[in-house]
Ligand binder design. Structure first.
Ligand code: C2E
Ligand code: MG
Ligand code: MG
Length: 713
């Protein structure tokens, strides 16, 4: 045995071996298992390539599925074992070092394609077989004219041995003869079938033309027909078949018998149903998915005169926080519960609920009275979300924003309706969330769509459309300006100045956040240097600069090096820089994620835990994080707005401050809007503050003026 580690070729071979071992026992091939494995190897190679190819190509899957049929793996069990095997081993042996989640998603798509390719090839093959048999029967019949009895034996052998069900009946429909395959399909004996009448086999699922075609055939107007037909079995189950019926004529050309050939498609049908279900339903919640929803919406929009539709587009508020701080498993459980509750809201005929992806759901109502029903539907949904959801022993409060679109059928396309609903939902979210809003065509036209912004983002950085505002950080003890937080803005050519909430999530989604974040860091560190040059030498030390880091930047391998380079280029000391990371990104972070922050902290860069108190963090966890500053979220300050402040809130803040100090963390508070709040927070022991009371975010010079004022005055 070699001690060399396996190369990709060995791993591919191993996958083919496993595959062939799984499937070989259920094939009807005449080759040996090793020969069979050789046949699978090129298929395995194509799958493996498709798994890792730059752009996904479902053809590899379809070809592999079809090749299985060619290799005599026609038993549905062969497909099922193949899919299991691909599911369990393809990524493992052939995934290379690609991203596991991408690979798994691709593997699932390949499996779909394989099943589709398999089903199609099997069907084509069966049709070809049926035709050959029908031809043979007709030919045999031609010969019958001369030597019926001589060919009888041969015909019987074909008849009995055929893998396909064959039955012969007279023109009145009385069954005369059936072969073994047909008896097995029905689970009946020869006696049980012979003498039955074809017309007894009416089934509720019969296609509308079924019996018309039959009548045309037995009356000699048609030579054959082909359709899918269901039969009742005596045990109560349903047999689905591909049925071909041909008319047999006597030597004078007069109709004499009917010949039925049937192939049992019950299992394939089940498989197809399952595939259809999987393609149209969301795996996590079991709700209809985007594809299915689009079909239904299109149908509703195509309904006739007087018909209307109403749509609620729901996005959960703050779901990302749950996902980031409690983990994806908890997020998933929350979504499942939300899905269940939503489903219970739309049970009337013409109503449906679907999951579009992530935390976005839609509910649809149709009929003539949707102006009323859609409002009720939205109210039911809001109501259904009221009760907290219990996940891992925590009671989570779930809120949502809903955009409602209602209107007559036949005016707009599904895409237009969904776009309008999406815009309206965002309007509800911008208004604070936890509400529903009604679509308004004028607002739609003005709306800044996510799509529009996303496509404009990449060029915005090159075109210099971003700029930074600075908001001072003030020492609560003596009121001096100690530094500033850099807050990025986008001066959009059409929409004017956009706040980071509008575009940071999009930049995170598209990956642009990395170059954008680097740009913000570089600009603001340069700015800090300029302040130092102009302001330098004050007793209080240099003005410090706080820069926000998005969670995506944490996982970017260049973070530490970029930061070091920028600090060196500008000649700014690491101690003058503080990186703010949102609480939810750090809670539950593993050591790998914390490593770059730890390196930066060791160099002297401060790390602040931003938005503290909005996630579901465990205070005890703070100890293991490389942070030196807690930034209390604005919500704490807000609760101090009324006078007297809620004593419980005060106690909470006091507790957090004393815990932070005992861990050697400084406490900064955000959103200080009044002098009373500032005083209250000072008494509670907070160190620095930031907010409109001192200054709104503004151009860099403003800060310089402020700092000078309090240094001199
Ligand atoms: P943040 O880091 O929590 O920033 C504080 C936000 O509170 C800022 O909103 C600021 O303008 C606002 N604010 C300050 N004082 C007051 C006040 O007294 N009252 C009220 N109501 N609000 C106040 P802004 O500028 O819209 O930024 C929103 C968020 O966008 C930031 O929250 C930060 O998470 C993110 N962000 C901003 N710039 C960047 C950036 O360069 N990179 C990344 N990754 N994120 C950024
Ligand atoms: Mg911040
Ligand atoms: Mg903050």
């Amino acid at each position: 045995m070699s001690a060399e580690p396996d190369g990709p070729e060995d791993r591919l071979r191993r996958f083919a071996t496993i595959w062939s071992r799984a499937v070989y026992p259920v094939t009807s091939t005449s080759s040996t298992r090793p020969e069979f494995e050789e046949r699978l190897l090129p298929l395995a190679r194509r799958l493996s390539e498709a798994l890792r190819a730059r752009s996904f190509d479902a053809d590899a899957g379809r070809t592999a599925g079809a090749a299985l049929v060619e290799a005599h793996c026609t038993d549905p069990e062969a497909l099922s074992r193949t899919l299991d095997c691909v599911d369990a081993y393809l990524v493992l042996y052939c995934g290379g070092d690609g991203d596991r989640e991408d690979l798994r998603a691709r593997s699932a798509r390949l499996q779909h394609a394989m099943a589709a390719g398999f089903a199609r090839a099997l069907r084509e093959r069966t049709l070809a077989e049926q035709e050959a048999i029908a031809q043979a029967a007709l030919e045999a019949q031609g010969v019958v004219a001369q030597a019926l009895h001589a060919t009888e034996a041969r015909f019987r052998a074909v008849f009995e041995g055929a893998a396909i069900g064959i039955g012969i009946a007279d023109l009145e429909g009385n069954v005369l003869q059936v072969n073994g395959a047909l008896r097995r399909m029905f689970g009946l004996s020869e006696q049980g079938l012979r003498g039955r009448n074809v017309r007894d086999w009416v089934h509720p699922d019969d296609a509308p033309q079924t019996w018309r075609l039959y009548d045309e055939l037995v009356s000699g107007e048609r030579e054959h027909y082909h359709l899918e037909k269901a039969f009742h079995r005596p045990d109560g189950t349903v047999l689905w078949t591909n049925l071909t019926v041909s008319l047999l004529r006597d030597p004078d050309g007069e109709p004499q018998y009917q010949l039925a050939l049937m192939e049992d498609t019950t299992e394939r049908r089940l498989l197809n149903l399952r595939l259809r279900y999987e393609a149209t339903h969301d795996a996590l919640t079991g709700l209809p998915n985007r594809t299915f929803f689009f079909e239904r919406l299109e149908k509703a929009l195509g309904a006739g005169e007087g018909q209307r539709f109403g749509l609620c587009y729901l996005d959960l508020d703050g779901f990302k926080t749950v996902n980031d701080s409690l983990g994806h498993a908890a997020g998933d459980r929350l979504l499942v519960e939300v899905a269940d509750r939503l489903q219970a809201c739309a049970t009337a005929p013409g109503e449906m609920v679907a999951r579009l992806g992530g935390d976005e759901f839609v509910a649809l109502t149709t009929g003539s009275d949707t102006e009323r029903t859609v409002d009720e539907l939205a109210a039911r949904i809001m109501n259904a979300l009221l009760a907290p959801i219990s996940v891992d022993g925590r009671e989570l409060t779930v809120r949502g924003s809903i955009g409602i679109v209602e209107g007559p059928a036949g005016e707009r396309s599904a895409a237009e309706v969904l776009r309008s609903a999406d815009i309206t939902m965002y309007r509800a979210k911008s208004a604070g969330g936890n509400r529903f809003e009604l679509a308004d065509p004028e607002a739609d036209a003005r709306a800044i769509t996510r799509h529009g912004l996303t496509t404009a983002l990449p060029t915005a950085l090159d075109r210099g459309e971003f700029f930074i505002e600075y908001q001072p950080l003030v020492h609560l003890g003596d009121g001096s300006v100690r530094g500033a937080e850099a807050l990025v803005r986008w001066l959009h050519p059409q929409h004017g100045v956009l706040s980071p909430d509008r575009f940071i999530p999009l930049a995170e989604h598209t990956g642009l956040i990395v170059p954008l974040g680097r740009w913000v860091l570089e600009q603001s560190v340069r700015q800090a240097r300029e302040w130092r040059d102009r302001h330098g030498g004050e007793a209080l030390g240099p003005l410090r600069i706080n820069v926000n880091l998005s969670p995506c930047q944490l996982t970017h391998p260049g973070l530490v090096q970029d930061t070091v380079d920028i600090l060196e280029r500008t000649g700014v000391a690491p101690e003058a820089l503080c990186l703010e990371v949102t609480e939810s990104a750090l809670i539950g972070a593993d050591d790998d994620l914390l490593k770059p922050l730890r390196r930066l902290a060791e160099m002297g860069v401060d790390i602040a835990l931003d938005d503290f108190g909005t996630g579901y963090s465990n205070l005890a966890n703070l100890r293991r994080l490389p942070v030196s500053v807690l930034k209390l979220d604005r919500s704490f300050t807000q609760s101090m707005q009324q006078f007297p402040a809620d004593p419980v809130d005060l106690k909470i803040v006091e507790g957090i401050v004393s815990l932070a100090h005992s861990l050697d963390l400084a406490v900064t508070v955000e959103g200080v809007e009044t002098g009373a709040q500032a005083e209250q927070l000072r008494i509670l022991g907070c160190d620095t503050a930031q907010g409109w009371y001192y200054a709104r975010p503004g151009p860099p010079d403003r800060l310089h003026e402020l700092a000078l004022v309090d240094a001199t005055g």
